[in-house]
Ligand binder design. Structure first.
Ligand code: OSB
Ligand code: MG
Length: 385
């Protein structure tokens, strides 16, 4: 199969039997709004998974879903449904030799990637705690700090954007990602590149451009951008390949990379030259490792994107980012930039050198504040559970 790697990965083995899977639907107020070509997020609806093992060990995971299926097909409701009705009943009470074997039981189910990811993460957290080893080690990660960039939403004015970028660069963020949409692209990026000549800059189209239009690509291509992320719809692979063939700037796959097979197909077609690995979009740690391993073997650079996760979800993203193929800065903004309080305490932050330390604590990597998790639980969904 085209997706296989010559060196098979050895997955950690540890007995896991889940006795309970609690699915907590949270409404997290945001202290800023985040605007992309898909729309504006001002309240984050995320799903937190709390799994309990027969030996009493608890593992947490996060499925960073959203209100509307604009970024991917997954929503808050569909993720909650998949976890409570499909996935939890399938794995509870069964004996597994490790998290990868647990995830394999539902690998044949189509879709529900975020739900799959949330449950698999809880199992990895349990495995990590039981083995007394940080997740980074279990995944074969080598880096101890992750270079981090900031993702800047679409702002009312360019001045506002430049002002915000200036503050973040001063805090250490080492790469600038600017969200674009028709009318907010070449002119804006030209100003950003001129204002920050020493920081790598990239643009993220979030599928907002029509392949039939000329678009701003020729102008953007002259700016020496690090990459252009997902300019066209996820399934426009041929059009992406045509665009890429005329550009110097690498195209990066985000919304197109929905599975291992589709990601490999897109790269082989020439639809892009870089992959944004978002574990929640791809459907878990196991498929994320598979894409990483394939890309490493084929010389395709990868980096870790985000879906505005709290510290719970970011803990897994940090561990995955420690793998050797992750050679480009991550979208890993500290949760304090979005939320009044994180769900982990202490929360994480960026260091002066532009990196975030990879957690060494077993489990999700951070101490989960269960009281806060329950404080933000949505009343309606509490009853439905
Ligand atoms: O396209 O990368 C994206 C957030 C929500 C939906 C899509 C995207 C994003 C980001 C996230 O850019 C940035 C982050 O999590 O820090
Ligand atoms: Mg993106």
């Amino acid at each position: 199969m085209s997706t296989s790697t010559t060196t098979a990965r050895v997955m950690p083995q540890v007995a896991i039997r889940l006795t309970a899977v609690e699915v907590l639907a949270l409404d997290l107020p945001m202290i800023t709004t985040f605007k992309t070509a898909h729309g504006t997020t001002s309240k984050k609806r995320t799903i937190i998974v709390r799994a309990q093992d027969a030996d009493g060990v608890v593992g947490w995971g996060e499925a960073p879903s959203s209100d509307l299926p604009l970024y991917s097909a997954d929503t808050y409701e569909s993720t909650w449904y998949a976890l409570t009705r499909l996935l939890a009943p399938l794995v509870i009470g069964r004996d597994f030799k490790g998290p990868a074997e647990l995830a394999a039981t539902y690998a044949g189910y189509q879709g529900y990637n975020m739900a799959k990811h949330g449950l698999e993460c809880a199992a990895w957290a349990i495995a990590s705690t039981k083995l007394g080893r940080p997740l980074r080690e279990l995944l074969g990660g080598t880096k101890t700090g992750i270079p981090t960039g900031e993702s800047f939403g679409i702002k009312p004015t360019v001045e506002e954007l430049l002002h915000e970028i200036e503050a973040r660069v001063a805090q250490g963020f080492c790469r600038i990602k600017v969200k674009i949409e028709p009318g907010w692209d070449a002119e804006v990026l030209t100003k950003v590149v001129a204002a920050f000549p020493n920081v790598p800059v990239m643009a993220d189209g979030n599928t907002g451009y029509d392949p039939r239009d000329p678009g701003p690509w020729k102008q953007l291509d002259r700016l020496g951008l690090l990459m252009i992320e997902q300019p066209y719809p996820g399934d426009a692979l041929v059009e992406l390949a045509e665009l890429q063939s005329g550009l110097q700037t690498p195209i990066c796959l985000d919304e197109s990379a929905l599975s291992v097979g589709l990601t490999v197909a897109a790269i082989r077609l020439g639809a892009g030259r870089i992959v944004n690995i978002k574990p929640a979009r791809i459907g878990g740690v196991t498929p994320s490792l598979a894409i990483h391993d394939w890309c490493l073997e084929h010389g395709v650079p990868v980096w870790c994107g985000g879906l505005l996760e709290t510290g719970i979800g970011r803990g897994f993203n940090l561990a995955i980012s420690s793998l050797p193929g992750f050679t480009l800065p991550a979208d890993m903004s500290p949760a304090r930039l979005f939320y009044a309080e994180d769900l982990v305490d202490p929360t994480f932050d960026i260091r002066k050198d532009g990196t975030i330390p990879v957690p060494e604590m077993p489990g999700c990597g951070f101490q989960v504040d269960e009281r806060r998790v329950r404080k933000y639980q949505s009343e309606i969904w509490k009853e439905a559970a």
